[in-house]
Design a protein around this ligand. Structure first.
Ligand code: SF4
Length: 378
């Protein structure tokens, strides 16, 4: 039987996307992706209103080049849509504050915050998913889906690339459930990728993020961009370029075990992987370096809770306060440590009279003040 071989294109990129995108698509063998008059949905990573120069969100310039390319191929309606992190009260801001809205409108395309629209329900789709999974209707309304991720490390999943980027398409309730209801977020992401298969996935490492990603890491000026029609294959190659073996990344390990991807069936085209590979700093390494002594008990907590705590701790440390000496508990996981403080609604019950800060997630300013009271003695 003939095996499918999935090309994954790698190109050097200095941000001149108008030049890079047509070459990238050609190398990825995706030039015929869009038929005349077909509608195209572009799903960038806009998890929060963070400027693209932080390496946290997709550069609007890349989306602009994709819109232009799609229109040249004869696309009809083109829309750019994403749903930011759970609990974001004004999701439109991730478009307006990042310059994405302005650029999309200037290109004659539409944009939408997925969390304002309708969702399609999938009941009992997998034991690894919430019983009722809700995916944005937009995903099904358009003929083609282009998935655009940024190359980043992630404190829960090691990396966030094309497969993880699809989590932006699920409802707010499901985003929370992926962290605290399903037994394993990585298995949930793999199961989600069985229900949603983008027609093209791009992982942009022109500027990526390393360290405590996906929002509080440091900019990685990696200078390369990846694309392919098979999302797990693109992720295997992008993760490898960041110095991660597939076994180190739970989502990729599971995808491989479940037969969704096989490194032997990937053909890299363009730049040579061995020549561009460089090790991205892992989230736990950055935490040890930046916040020595930090003790977290936060397995299963949402990244928004953890990232707000890390942001607040960084601010306190740079203002001269030490990291608290006790354990910081978030989410619903039990903590055996007698001396602990609790943050977020999920940890309320567990606090049982001990110090607790409310909020879902608690706001950074509040966390800063709260944690300053527990700074370890010098
Ligand atoms: S309190 Fe934190 S861990 Fe719990 S649902 Fe809210 S953001 Fe997630």
């Amino acid at each position: 039987m003939r095996r499918n071989v999935f090309p994954v294109a790698i190109l050097h990129s200095d941000g001149d996307y108008a030049e890079v995108v047509p070459q990238l698509v050609r190398l990825a063998e995706a030039e015929d992706l869009i038929g005349a008059g077909e509608s195209v949905l572009i799903k960038p990573n806009l998890h929060m209103e963070q400027h693209w120069t932080s390496g946290g969100t997709v550069n609007p310039g890349l989306v602009g080049a994709l819109i232009e390319w799609a229109k040249e191929r004869g696309a009809g309606r083109v829309m750019v849509a994403d749903g930011p992190y759970m609990g974001h009260s004004r999701p439109e801001r991730v478009f307006t504050e990042t310059g994405m809205a302005e650029l999309v409108e200037a290109q004659g395309a539409e944009w939408a915050a997925m969390s304002r629209g309708a969702y399609r329900s999938f009941d009992n789709a997998s034991e690894h998913l919430p019983p009722r999974l809700e995916i944005s209707e937009l995903v099904f309304e358009f003929d083609r889906l282009i998935n655009v991720a940024v190359m980043k490390t992630h404190l829960d999943c090691q990396v966030t690339l094309g497969m993880k980027n699809l989590k932006g398409c699920i409802s707010n309730a499901n985003k929370g459930a992926f962290h605290y209801e399903v037994p394993d977020i990585n298995r949930a992401i793999v199961a989600l990728n069985r229900l949603m298969t983008p027609d093209l996935t791009i992982v942009d490492g022109t500027l990526g993020m390393e360290g405590i990603g996906p929002a509080t890491g440091t900019v990685a000026n990696f200078g390369h961009i990846f694309a392919g029609r098979h999302t797990p294959s693109v992720d295997v190659i992008a993760a490898s370029a960041m110095g991660f073996a597939a076994e180190e990344v739970p989502v990729l390990k599971l995808a491989r075990e479940q037969g969704m991807v096989n490194p032997d069936d990937i053909r890299v085209v363009g730049e040579q992987l061995e020549r561009i590979r460089r090790r991205f700093e892992r989230p736990h390494e950055a935490m040890l370096r930046e916040l020595p002594g930090l003790r977290l008990c936060a397995e299963g907590a949402c990244s928004s809770c953890k990232l707000n705590v890390i942001r607040a701790l960084r601010d306190n440390v740079s203002a001269g306060a030490a990291v608290p000496g006790c354990c910081l508990v978030m989410g619903k996981t039990a903590c055996q440590d007698g001396e602990a403080i609790f943050l977020g609604e999920c940890a309320r019950e567990r606090a049982a009279g001990r110090p607790h800060l409310a909020g879902c997630p608690p706001k950074v300013e509040m966390v800063r003040e709260f944690l300053a009271q527990f700074a370890a003695e010098g």
